[in-house]
Design a protein around this ligand. Structure first.
Ligand code: TYD
Length: 227
């Protein structure tokens, strides 16, 4: 089931793909055109989910196993969906979310080795019918992504989180898993090459999203935001 009135776009991919930069750029362009955009992220995005985010990314839950982590991601996602995403879509807003359910399928399901049935059940409860209209998968080789993420870390921005610390092989497996999801759900998923220049990537993403925005006639418009 898709959203009734708004538009729900998620960004997915491995580390260092440039998701955060690209999602911000897309939000800026859409806002400059007068769209009412909600920019959010996972894990987190609502007060309840942000509390769980800390437990997950600090590694505090790691000792309790991947099932526990998967359930915590799902708990955070459900809170985010019910408190923030669903109301925004019902109000006709464009919701841009940095990571969503596909990250759980890949990180907990594939590289966390959890059974597909278990992951699917958690997903059903977590999203409760709120599925992305479009998912952009920012694709790049694991080594290149890790290199970028490491440089970001060295610049003093952020310390590597629990999931960034894992090996190249694990990251390569995740890349394959994202591509697999895209191949199985080609209507929802669009794979974009994250190795191209930042501007070219932004243009490609905008052209994909533009095609979705155009047919939705009841999107909420506001006073255009100027950058
Ligand atoms: P974050 O700091 O948001 O970084 P980024 O998205 O730039 O990598 O970290 C989120 C981390 O959580 C990331 O390593 C992927 C992981 N994650 C999961 O394992 N499962 C999930 O369902 C989600 C949403 C994220």
């Amino acid at each position: 089931m898709s959203s009734a009135t708004g538009l729900f776009v998620t960004f997915e991919g491995g580390e260092g793909a440039g998701k955060s930069t690209q999602i911000r750029r897309l939000a800026d362009v859409l806002r400059s055109r007068g769209h009412d955009v909600l920019l959010t992220r996972e894990p987190g995005g609502s007060p309840g989910a942000e509390a769980v985010r800390h437990v997950l990314l600090s590694g505090a839950a790691e000792a309790f196993g991947t099932r526990m982590e998967a359930i915590l991601f799902a708990a955070a996602r459900n809170d985010h969906v019910e408190e923030v995403i669903r109301p925004a879509l019902e109000a006709g807003r464009i919701v841009l979310c940095d990571r969503f359910m596909d990250s759980s399928r890949v990180y907990q399901g594939i590289t966390g080795n959890l059974e597909p049935d278990f992951i699917e059940t958690l997903q059903r409860v977590a999203v409760n019918g709120v599925m992305p209209d479009c998912t952009l998968i920012l694709d790049l080789p694991a080594r290149a992504g890790l290199e970028r993420a490491r440089r970001r870390g060295a610049a003093g921005d952020v310390a590597p989180d629990r999931f960034e610390k894992e090996e190249v092989e694990t990251h390569e497996k995740r890349r394959e898993a994202f591509l697999d999801i895209a191949a199985r759900e080609p209507e929802r998923c669009h794979v974009v090459n994250a190795m191209q220049g930042e501007q070219a990537l932004a243009d490609e993403i905008l052209s994909i999203v533009d095609q979705l925005v155009a047919p939705v006639t009841d999107l909420k418009m506001v006073e255009p935001a100027h950058e």
